[in-house]
Design a protein around this ligand. Structure first.
Ligand code: NAI
Length: 332
């Protein structure tokens, strides 16, 4: 029997990379049935809702969502649907693995970092107000409950995956109460994991060290905004946003998406790299217990990247999304 999953096609490059990924999943024999929905601004203009009710109902039934990027207007318009989904379903753990691939040349080798980004609070709580016409406030929220669960997940991951160290990233020298609490909780929880090395660093120092000595970092845990910024940085270490997958996990629900956005600058040109969404789909298969299928797809991608003849322009190739997809399928 097939497992059903919910799929949001997104916009920009979303539909192109979704089609590529679903074709590869089918060719790999993933045994999935898809409930596919259009979401975002175009859907709003066509049907009056950014995310149709049936799409929410589908996710509430399947509990697994493969989500393509959605455009968010900057500085005006509707609030981010990504942030809304994370909050609505309490998808508190955003896990973003950045691992070097020998076939993708960058100035850095042997990067293997997993960022645990708290996904529901911090400045993303969206508590903003205009105090007067020249003064705006945005409130940073850090709670014990949300800090404890993401920090514990990071340590549990380290144990389960044979990792050696967990680094807490913060700015507690300035935000002594909020980030100070995050850091204190980190050290409280670290006592339950004496076999894992634990340390903490200030976020600006981390930004510098990541581009000087990325190999020093292993598992990292941090509040929402730092995780957003530093995970884009780690994608740069391994070859760019086209290669960084993520899972967003909460109690009972799981959403898998590429870290990148809808890339309007290349949308419709047939050159988007679907690898980040494909690796997100592999994380989804692993979450669903379909380990063999995920491993098969990962091997096929590695082969295509190593051969280098069917890779997309963002990682130095000349192939389009279609050629890359066909190449991966041919290796399965
Ligand atoms: P972006 O990630 O869409 O693009 C940044 C740069 O990376 C662009 O030059 C783009 O062409 C390139 N790029 C990204 N993904 C690529 C891929 N798969 N293949 C090849 N090149 C790729 O970031 P940007 O431009 O800041 O945001 C565009 C829109 O996406 C905004 O509306 C933003 O709010 C939204 N966004 C949505 C996210 C989501 O749905 N999870 C996450 C991040 C941004």
């Amino acid at each position: 029997m097939s497992d059903r999953i919910t799929v949001f096609k997104g916009d920009g490059i979303g539909p192109e990379i979704t089609d590529a990924v679903l074709r590869i999943l089918d060719a790999a024999g993933a045994g999935l049935e898809y409930e596919i929905f259009n979401v975002g601004e175009a859907e709003y203009e066509a049907n009056g809702a950014l995310i149709p009710d049936e799409a929410f109902e589908s996710f509430e039934k399947t509990r697994v969502l493969l989500k393509s990027p959605i455009t968010t207007p900057v500085g005006k318009g509707f609030r981010s649907l990504n942030v809304m989904m994370r909050k609505k379903y309490d998808l508190y753990a955003n896990i973003r693995p950045a691992k070097s691939n020998a076939a993708v040349k960058t100035p850095f080798e042997n990067v293997d970092i997993v960022i645990f980004r708290e996904n529901t609070e911090d400045l993303y709580a969206g508590v903003e107000e205009l105090v007067d016409k020249d003064t705006a406030h945005s409130i940073k929220i850090i709670t014990r409950k949300c800090s404890e669960r993401i920090i514990r997940d990071a340590f549990e991951y380290a144990v389960q995956h044979g990792r050696k160290k967990v680094t807490c990233v913060h700015k507690a020298n300035i935000m002594k109460i909020s980030d100070g609490m995050f850091r204190d909780i980190f050290y409280e929880i670290s006592k339950d994991y004496p076999q894992i090395e634990s340390d903490d660093k200030i976020v600006d120092n981390v930004a510098m060290q990541l581009v000087m000595h990325p190999q020093k970092f292993d598992v990292m845990v941090m509040p929402n905004l730092y995780g957003d910024v530093l995970s884009d940085l780690t994608s740069g270490l391994i070859g760019g946003l086209g290669l960084l997958p993520s899972s967003n996990l909460g109690s009972g629900y799981a959403m898998f998406e590429a870290v990148h956005g809808s890339a309007p600058d290349i949308a419709g040109k047939g050159i988007a790299n679907p690898t980040a969404l494909l690796w997100s789909a592999c994380m989804m298969l692993e979450h669903m217990g379909k380990m063999d299928c995920a491993a098969r797809i990962r091997r096929a991608v590695d082969q295509v990247l190593n051969e280098g003849t069917a890779t997309t322009p963002d990682i130095g190739g000349t192939a389009g999304t279609e050629d890359y997809t066909a190449a991966v399928i041919s290796k399965l």
